[in-house]
Design a binder for this molecule. Structure first.
Ligand code: AMP
Length: 468
């Protein structure tokens, strides 16, 4: 098996700014707002209409960009990217935006999503002489653009995108234009905003808030927009597909202050919590969230159940997400590093603890132990999503099916593993009631195993193990 078969699923955030005197500064702010979508690497590419300038690095946005770097990022337009991949793919050559110079000029591309036929396309391209610089899916799109016979960039991009299968929300920068594209299933969010005389594009509206831009509209599924000096032009080159935005963006991934797919994430999380209480109520004295991901759902749960809500844990915000720590030894330590219970609040109480999802169960198990050690009389775990039974192949980083505890164990078995007094998940039907204002069709494959896009054999191969 070649290296690249160990595909890394990326979780990413993208941003684009067209025609702003401080384009790279604004992009930098937006990347801060999107930092939750990827903490492994970040980059900005800008243009002064003559050429492209790039600065990328490993780590957090605040650590990558210093004052001096912005002097090297001149011009009125820019794109940016934050990336989060699994251990092993952690390399500067995989940092985005990806910049190339080819026969027709220079272009930079930043991609959120995951292609399911990238390996196959890459083999074909290599057979025709393409030389790849990274092991990212995104580079396949670049080579397809470069080898397209079309004259206009939008046409070359659409012919490249017609060949790929999977999820993509992407931004492309050339010396003269900013292009944004969203896959025909609309799996990842991508939105258009206006900042005075400038156009901006971002994965989530929380980026617009920080830039002080106004949300204009979502980039539609299957839409390509081209922004240049003549304004915004929209293209719909692909056959229509069933709109399937990722429901897990609402459950966990997007920031609660963002509006995505037409709804506010926090409101949806509260709804998920309300539905959870209706389905899985428990006699208890206190509802506490696992911060931050469980907060909205726990408030909704408390509201619907009438059980008082409190912040039973203090979270140390200076530690990254424990899930992404690369080594097992660190990860075990990581939960304690990140969360500390308030013993005085918990002691002697029957506690309902709400989190958004269980992946392997290892974090939840430690959290439950912490609550017991803090003196809780009973600990009832409530999860504001259905059991995660299948990996995401479309852009959220999940371990293999074999490692997903709910793929291989019943709720009762998981409850025993966690050492909770009871465990309750949300049903798929109740999840749909909670997200109803955002529409009725979603990609819910992590809970149902029904993928909107056929997952090829290549992607069914074991993915890279997150933590060995
Ligand atoms: P565990 O108990 O080890 O399965 O971890 C569950 C925790 O992982 C929950 O707090 C979730 O919010 C979090 N989580 C779920 N999916 C992801 C993901 N794709 N990336 C990072 N954290 C996640």
């Amino acid at each position: 098996m070649k290296d690249r078969d160990d595909k890394f699923n990326d979780e990413c955030g993208v941003v684009g700014v067209f025609n702003h005197p401080e384009a790279s500064n604004i992009t930098y702010l937006a990347l801060h707002a999107l930092q939750h979508r990827g903490q492994e690497s970040a980059g900005i590419v800008s243009t002064d209409k003559e050429r492209l300038y790039s600065h990328k690095g490993m780590g957090l946005v605040a650590d990558i960009f210093g004052k001096e770097d912005f002097k090297q990022l001149p011009g009125n337009s820019a794109i940016g990217h934050v990336r989060y991949s699994t251990a092993g793919g952690s390399h500067i050559r995989n940092a985005q935006p990806f910049v190339v110079e080819y026969a027709r000029g220079a272009l930079a591309i930043a991609h959120n999503g995951n292609l399911v036929n990238a390996g196959h396309l890459r083999d074909e391209l290599e057979a025709y002489g393409s030389i790849f610089q990274s092991d990212m899916d995104t580079e396949v799109i670049v080579h397809l653009i470069a080898s397209s016979k079309e004259n206009q960039l939008v046409d070359r991009l659409s012919s490249a995108l017609s060949a790929v299968k999977g999820s993509y929300s992407l931004v492309v920068l050339t010396e003269k234009s900013l292009i944004a594209a969203r896959d025909p299933f609309g799996i990842r969010p991508l939105q258009l905003g206006r900042l005075k005389d400038s156009w901006v594009v971002a994965s989530e509206t929380c980026a617009f808030d920080l830039m002080e831009a106004d949300y204009v509209r979502d980039i539609e599924p299957g839409e390509i927009i081209r922004i240049d000096e003549d304004g915004v032009k929209s293209y719909k080159p692909f056959p229509e597909q069933k709109y399937s935005p990722c429901v897990f963006e609402f459950i966990y991934f997007a920031r609660p202050d963002s509006n995505i797919f037409g709804s506010n994430v926090y409101e949806v999380r509260k709804n998920l919590g309300r539905e959870l209480a209706k389905e899985n109520n428990e006699e208890a004295d206190l509802v506490i969230p696992v911060p931050d991901s469980g907060v909205g759902a726990a408030i909704g749960y408390a509201e619907a159940s009438g059980i008082p809500f409190d912040m039973g844990f203090v979270r140390n915000h200076y530690v990254g997400r424990t899930f992404i720590e690369p080594k097992d030894a660190i990860r075990h330590f990581g939960v304690k590093l990140k969360l500390n219970p308030i013993k005085e609040l918990i002691r002697g109480k029957r506690v309902v603890v709400v989190d958004d999802s269980i992946v392997r169960g290892t974090t939840s198990r430690k959290i439950i132990k912490m609550i017991r050690d803090a003196g809780a009389k009973e600990v009832h775990m409530r999860i504001s999503s259905p059991p995660t039974i299948s990996p995401c192949h479309l852009g959220i980083d999940t371990p293999t099916k074999g490692e997903l505890i709910a793929a291989n164990h019943s709720v009762e078995e998981i409850n025993r593993f966690l050492s909770s007094d009871s465990l309750g998940y949300l049903s798929v039907e109740a999840m749909y009631r909670a997200v109803k204002d955002a529409g009725s069709s979603f990609c819910d494959a992590c809970f149902t195993e029904k993928y909107p896009i056929e997952i090829t054999e290549e992607k069914k191969l074991p993915q890279l193990v997150l933590f060995k």
